[in-house]
Every structure is written in C-alpha cells, then in structure tokens.
Design a protein around this ligand. Structure first.
Ligand code: NAP
Length: 518
C-alpha cells in the first residue's frame, strides 16, 4: 500500500458554529461518564488494587473526572516481567506492520477527536483550541513516527567495502518506561509511547497523576487498533513510589521522560546506577523545563511583538515548557511595549475551560500555591503591570500577570514558574538582550522580534536555545516542521517530531559478510 507523505493534522476552526456545537455536544456526552473507576492494565489484564488516584477537574475542583487504581511496587515487577516476555515476540514483528498499528490508531483518534478534546478540557483545563491542538499533535506523532519507522527499516546508506556484503539495521532496545507530564497530556504521552512501540520496544506507561484519563484513552485506542496485549502496559501510580521503582528496575532498558528539571535529574541519577543482574547502561531520554525568552528589539513592529509575547506567555495559562516567561525589551521601545502589552494581556478573560474562556485554571492546588508564591516574590523583584491575584470561583484561577522592571538575575527571571506570569526585563541594546537571554540554566525555546537581518544572524549564532523562532511566537511547535527539544537543563534535546527521534529508541547492528570465492 502506498503511504501518503506526512501532513500535519488540520486544526478545528472553532469560529465556526458547527464545530463549536460538536465540541459542546461531546462535552455533554463525556460529562455523563465522569467519576467512573478504571483498572490498571498489564498484559491486557485488568487489575484492581487497594487504593486509587482521583483525577479532578481543575475548573471545578471537587469534580472527579475519573478514579484510577493505583499501582504498587509489586505490580512494577509484574509489569516489567510481562513487558520483557512480550518484547521477545514484538521485536520480530516487521516494522511496516508495527507502523500500521500507529496509522490505525491515528485514524481512531481522528474519529474520536471531539471526545478526546472534551476529556482534556475537563481533566487538564485546556480551552477548546488548546485541547484540539494537543489531540492533533498526538495524531501527527502517530502518523509521523509510523512513516519514520518505515524509513529506518529500509536499506541504510553505508560505504561499500570490496569483497563484502554489508548492512546496517536498527533494532529495538527492550523494555521502556514512559513517564509523561500533564501539560500536553495526550500529545506527549502518545508521542513518547508510540515512538517506543513502533521502534519494536515494549512499554510500561506511568501516566501523570493529574491526567491519567488521557493515558487510559490511548490504551483503549491501541487496543482497538489491534496492538497485541503486553506491548503497552498501563500502570498509574505515584511518581515517588511506582516511578522510582520502575526507573531503577534491572529489567528496564530505557526511560523516556518529559517533565520538570528536578524529576528529570532524579530519574537520570537513579537510572545511572547499575542494578544486580543488569547487563546494560540504561538510556535516559529526558525533556525538562524551560525559562524561555522573547527579545523585542528597537527595530520591530511593537504591536506584533506584544501580541506574540502575550500569546506565548498566556496560552494554556503559561503552562507550556515553551511558554515565554521573560520578555527582554530594548530600552528605547520599553515604555511603548509595556503600554501595548498591557492592553493585549487585558483581553485574556479567565474562566472555566468548559466555557471556552481564553484562559482557564492552572492544573491543581499545588500549582496555584506555587505560582502565587512566585507572584509575591515578583512584587519585591519588580512592579506588577497587570494581574497579580487569584480569581474567585470553583477552580484554580489566576489572573494573567505581568511584572515589569525585573533584573536579569532575579529569581522570577531564573526559576521556572510554569503559570501565567511574565517578567519584563529592560535591556540597553541588542547585544545585551542576547546576553540576558542566555543567562539561565535552561535552553528550550525563544524568539526574536526584529526587522534587522544582521541582528537575526547574530541571534542565530549566539542564542543557546533548542527551538529558536524569529518574528513569531515561541510556542506551537509542529510535528515534522519544528523538531522539539532543548539544551542544558531543558533536557537531552531529543527533537521530538523530528527525523532523529526514533534513533533514541533503537540501536544499530552492523552485519558484514565476506564474499567467498567459489
Ligand atoms: P513532573 O512533576 O516532573 O512530573 C512528570 C512526570 O514524572 C509525572 O508523570 C510524574 O508522576 C512523574 N514523576 C514524578 N516523580 C517521579 C519519580 N521520582 N520517578 C519517576 N517519575 C516521577 O512534571 P509535570 O508537572 O508533570 O510537568 C511540567 C514540567 O514538564 C515543566 O517543568 C515543563 O517545563 C516540563 N515539560 C517539558 C517539556 C519538554 O519537551 N522539554 C514538555 C512538556 C513539559 P506524578 O504525576 O505521579 O507525580
């Protein structure tokens, strides 16, 4: 069968009433299924334990989206055992066949798009467009990695050696532990799991405790696509208990993690320790936090720059690793920029995700507390330009907050806040802006607004950032077009959604045969 070239999934246009109505209908339908209980799934078998994790609606904090039986340390052993057994068969399934499971899964997710969006609106607090972009990205990962596996399974270019027939093939690694975050609860979970699976590995998926429903939906989809039992195992559980044990397990060959720097460092340390009986060094793919900057130069359209900064800082309440959390603005346009920015940010109304407000709640009580704490630090480190307070209601609502006159080394300019808080830093000139942008331990995304080509070239050379954008916002990476991953404490620069990504889940095997003279 001829496979069409990869194209990004179309985003739903919610300015059309028909689409808005479909999304609302899906929400009504999903609402009827809130509060149900879901089992752990190991080797296709459903398992109950003595305790549960409840996933809540952050727009309405007492509402339970779903209850999930909680994994235990014993179940970690069982999950890894099952995954090892299944690996011995799955690794020999031809790559084209493995890819086909992903293509089938993409088709199922496409059909269920409004329903998946609805669960995400309720479980993660995304508005309709943000949820839809997340689901579309998940579909993109399935379509893209399926095609990538087929590419890697074809004849690989190597230099001919006279008298030999040589071949380089890519084989899978083994059992992988997949640990996703809650902020792209479907896209990242699907991307990391499907990349591991299509490369011929088996997976133990430990979803985020804030968004386990999205993992459950992915397992349902893969089951419907016909994936053999035990290739994808679903084990909700606490990061510190189940997560630690999984990462340390001697049977695990690799860990694919996306989340905070602190947890990433811990996983890297735990995984580095060789356990009794372990005959490999574990591979760790860790994509972590960001402290992303947008440079606003004096030679730019201030209105465009302010719109780009506001969209990058406050989309999904600033809870994106790629979110702009620092605007570094040339002193000669600083005052004007603040005026326009304040106007733009004032347009972001905050309310329940289900009512499709431009901004919804932050994910949970801890996040709310942490963000408000940073806002209080910010009061001392700068001036509140707009926002700076909690908004009433049943959810974790925080006003979009801009703090101006922040010094480059201030805490709110250095530490990841992961919420709707933007620092604005004044800079003397473009050279200084570059220095400030490079002054954190992270290096994930960033943008530069300038019409000066020489300055863009300087930025291209000197900014130490994994995903660098010019004259546009710094969020919204597209699978295929913007391979994603950052430098330094932002992670291992795995470039998810790019041509190098699947290599992280495989190892190369060279076969060389001497041609015998007959
Ligand atoms: P997190 O707190 O680090 O959690 C991420 C995942 O790790 C969750 O599934 C969590 O499980 C699990 N976990 C926690 N402790 C663990 C342990 N000791 N061993 C194994 N697993 C453990 O991050 P988050 O709050 O979900 O996500 C937000 C962070 O992700 C931000 O820092 C953001 O910048 C980053 N992020 C980075 C990228 C990127 O591509 N660079 C993309 C998206 C997000 P529990 O939920 O059970 O604790």
């Amino acid at each position: 069968m001829k496979i069409k070239p990869f194209r990004n999934e179309k985003l739903t246009d919610f300015s059309k009433k028909a689409n808005l109505d479909k999304q609302k209908q899906a929400l009504n339908k999903v609402r009827k299924n809130l509060g149900k209980t879901y089992e752990i799934i190991l080797g296709g078998k459903k398992i109950k334990t003595n305790s549960k994790i409840d996933s809540f609606n952050p727009s309405n904090k007492l509402e339970i989206v779903g209850s999930f039986y909680k994994g235990t340390k014993d179940l970690v052993d069982k999950a890894v055992e099952i995954a090892i057994r299944r690996f011995n068969e799955w690794k020999y399934v031809p790559p084209v066949e493995r890819a086909d499971y992903l293509f089938k899964a993409a088709a199922i997710a496409r059909k269920r798009k409004f329903e998946i969006n609805a669960w995400m609106v309720l479980e993660a607090g995304k508005n309709f467009a943000e949820a839809d972009a997340d689901t579309a990205e998940a579909i993109d990962f399935l379509e893209f990695y399926g095609r990538e596996m087929i590419r890697y399974s074809q004849k690989q270019p190597i230099t001919p050696v006279i008298g030999e027939i040589n071949e380089l093939v890519y084989i899978p690694l083994g059992v992988g532990v997949v640990v996703p975050p809650w902020n792209f609860p479907f896209a990242i979970l699907v991307g990391m799991s499907s990349a591991a699976i299509v490369s011929g590995n088996t997976v133990v998926l430990k979803p985020s405790s804030d968004t386990p429903m999205m993992g459950k939906i992915f397992c349902e989809i893969m089951q419907e696509a016909g994936l053999p039992d035990g290739v994808l195992n679903f084990l909700p559980g606490s990061g510190s208990e189940v997560g630690d044990k999984l990462v340390s397990h001697s049977g695990v060959r690799f860990i694919s993690f996306t989340g905070s720097m602190e947890v990433g460092i811990r996983i890297n340390e735990l995984a580095a320790k060789v356990q009794p009986g372990q005959i490999w060094l574990k591979r760790v793919i860790a994509e972590m936090g960001g402290k992303d900057s947008i440079i606003v130069d004096r030679e730019t359209n201030i209105s465009d720059a302010a719109k780009g900064v506001a969209a990058s800082a406050f989309g999904f309440q600033g809870q994106k690793c790629s979110a702009c959390s620092r605007a570094i603005v040339d002193q000669s346009v600083y005052k004007k920029f603040l005026e326009v920015l304040k106007m733009e940010v004032g347009k972001f109304k905050v309310g329940p995700a289900e009512q499709n407000y431009p901004m919804g709640p932050v994910v949970n009580q801890n996040a709310e507390k942490n963000i408000l704490h940073y806002i209080n630090i910010g009061r001392k480190e700068g001036k509140i330009l707009i926002g700076g307070y909690k908004i009433g209601g049943n959810g974790y609502y925080i006003a979009p907050t801009v703090i101006s006159d922040v010094k480059p080394g201030a805490r709110i300019s250095q530490e990841e806040i992961f919420g709707p808080v933007l620092s604005v830093i004044k800079s003397r000139n473009f050279n200084e802006s570059i220095k400030i942008a490079n002054n954190t331990k992270f290096g994930l995304t960033g943008a530069v607004y300038t019409s000066n080509r020489n300055k863009l070239e300087k930025a291209q050379k000197e900014l130490f950032i994994g995903n660098l954008y010019f004259n546009r916002k710094c969020t919204g990476a597209m699978v295929g077009g913007h391979p994603f991953g950052g430098f330094n404490m932002s992670g291992t620069d795995s470039k998810a959604g790019g041509r190098d990504y699947l290599l992280l889940f495989m190892q190369g095997k060279l076969i060389s045969e001497k041609i015998l003279n007959k």
